[in-house]
Design a protein around this ligand. Structure first.
Ligand SMILES: [Zn+2]
Length: 89
């Protein structure tokens, strides 16, 4: 009787240990698989999910750079002013 109890207890302990190890492994992987990758905007450095960013391959090394909406709009506004003859009066 004691032997059966010992086996059940050992199996229970093993189950708990394995469950804890599995959880630890998951958290070490960091981001859960369903969560979208995040990148920092190349200009303001703020982090966003990939689908909220515009990306371009930059330079000969082919680095991927990400840009947030706000920075792109700021660049657009700056470019618009640069080419607007009224802003140079
Ligand atoms: Zn930005």
């Amino acid at each position: 009787m004691l032997a059966i109890f010992m086996i059940v207890a050992a199996a229970g302990v093993l189950f708990v240990v394995l469950t804890l190890l599995m959880k630890k492994t998951d958290s070490q992987d960091g981001i859960a698989p369903v969560e979208e990758k995040r990148y920092g905007c190349a200009i303001c450095q703020e982090e966003f999910v990939e689908s909220d960013l515009i990306s371009r391959t930059v330079g000969e090394a082919g680095y991927r750079r990400y840009f947030c909406d706000r920075c792109v709009i700021e660049l657009y506004e700056e470019s618009r002013l640069l080419h607007d003859p009224r802003s140079k009066e």
